[in-house]
Design a binder for this molecule. Structure first.
Ligand code: TRP
Length: 433
């Protein structure tokens, strides 16, 4: 594809506001000077909010996050190295800047080159019986990573976290959601001989708990406060919880796979909001005798309403769920998908639309492999020859096909499959003893 095509696609996905996270001008000063009122963006594992400018919420500024968190951008040079070492064309999420940031990915690429072992670690907090597309797509990428690297994958289901951080959920609820999540992960195509999926509620104990408790001794209350913003009114379970999300970074948490080996590092694909856990892990790893985890961070899938909000399980009409029927998908996209079109068809034909803010176009960037097809849609929309209605039709068809395929797979998954994934001693392909 041409550099221009690539620019078009990634431009859409890297829309950033021009705001600075550091723009914390006091209200008083603003009031007296008549400046634009800016509330900075807030990205924590539990809250994702773009900055607010003059009362209007704007998109998350990912460039600022790279600076603020101190991560590295995934640039063309890194993508070229990735392709060279793995012998695979980079996944469209890498090419399109959806996975956009990293910590130390070269460490893992070096190990792959040297045929030294590593593993993948990711997770999900099950707050509902089914995922939405924003939850599912990072797993699609993770599956691709597992396929090309052929390494073990551990997936943590944080039913404990959701119980602690969400009101109104019982432990029975979140545990039930863990089990339905396993089914959904199986439908994405993970295999139990390569993948161990665990519920914290089941798995805490033994070697895993030994790591958890060692971690808890090496993090002070003030460090936790600074990293996560806990206050004195938060339940103490919340303050302790990070130790449980950190422990899977250490290979000794999984003796059935890695034996007692301490020196096997992991690669963690995750949303950028999860970075605080692993920044902290990297600070304490060496002291505890383990390698630092490597990270690769994704942007958020925007809500149907536009790129200044994130898909949310609790707000039904912001999200497309894995259980949605073709008719629901059609209705949601037609009714809610934010359009970059002009106000009237006449004006659209005259001046064209703005694909950079058009949600139907943005979603297709997550599903359509074919760069040339996407680029055509981009250019035609901009020229006004493609209408918003037509753009939506393309998106509806693509999302419907994707979810129909997923739902067909899901129907074949049995309780025994769930047991196999969740059994630490299931005979897995990789043993490091
Ligand atoms: N906290 C994550 C969530 O709420 C779940 C999670 C646990 C996770 N371990 C992880 C996500 C590792 C990414 C990587 O969804």
């Amino acid at each position: 594809m041409s550099a221009n095509n690539q620019a078009n696609i990634s431009e859409v996905l890297t829309q950033t506001s021009k705001l600075s996270l550091d723009d914390t001008t006091s209200d008083l000063k603003k009031a007296s000077s008549g400046e634009t009122e800016v509330n900075t963006q807030k990205i924590t594992p539990w809250e994702v909010e773009g900055a607010v400018v003059d009362g209007v919420q704007v998109s998350v500024d990912y460039d600022k996050l790279i600076k603020q968190f101190g991560t590295r951008r995934i640039d063309d040079e890194l993508i070229a190295r990735f392709e060279k070492i793995t012998g695979h064309k980079a996944h469209m999420y890498l090419r399109r800047g959806i996975f956009f940031s990293h910590r130390d990915i070269n460490v893992i690429l070096d190990r792959y080159e040297q045929k030294k072992p590593f593993y993948l670690y990711t997770g999900r907090g099950p707050s509902k019986g089914s995922m939405h597309l924003g939850h599912m797509l990072p797993f699609v990428f993770c599956k691709w990573l597992q396929d090309i690297f052929d390494v073990p994958l551990v997936i943590q289901l944080t039913d404990d976290e959701k119980f602690l951080f969400k009101t109104g959920l019982t432990l029975e609820d979140t545990y039930k959601y863990s089990r339905s999540t396993v089914k959904e992960l199986a439908a994405i195509g993970f295999k139990p001989e390569k993948t161990f999926i665990f519920s914290d509620l089941d798995y805490v104990g033994g070697a895993f708990y030994k790591n958890i408790i060692k971690i808890s001794k090496s993090i002070t209350g003030s460090t936790a406060k600074a990293a996560f913003g806990f206050t004195d009114t938060d339940a103490i379970g919340k303050v302790f919880y990070p130790c449980i999300q950190i422990a899977p970074c250490f290979s000794t948490s999984f003796p059935a796979i890695f034996g007692t080996k301490k020196d096997i590092p992991c690669l963690i694909p995750c949303g950028i909001d999860q970075d605080p856990y692993f920044r902290l892990t990297r600070d304490i790893s060496q002291k505890l005798g383990h390698p630092k985890p490597t990270l690769i961070h994704s942007k958020f899938l925007p809500a149907l309403q536009g790129s200044n909000s994130k898909m949310s399980s609790s707000v039904d009409n912001t999200a497309i769920f894995t259980t949605d029927t073709p008719a629901q998908i059609k209705n949601k996209i037609n009714r809610y998908a934010f359009s970059g079109g002009a106000d009237t068809l006449e004006l659209h034909r005259l001046h064209g639309g703005n694909p950079d803010v058009d949600i139907s176009y943005q979603y297709m960037c997550y599903f359509v492999e074919d760069d040339a097809f996407l680029n055509n849609l981009y250019n035609e929309y901009k020229a006004g020859t493609l209408t918003t209605g037509e753009m939506k039709q393309h998106c509806i068809k693509i999302v419907q096909e994707f979810l129909l395929e997923f739902q067909t797979q899901l129907a074949t998954i049995t309780e025994q499959n769930v047991e196999d994934f969740m059994n630490p001693n299931y005979p897995r392909k990789f043993f490091f003893n």
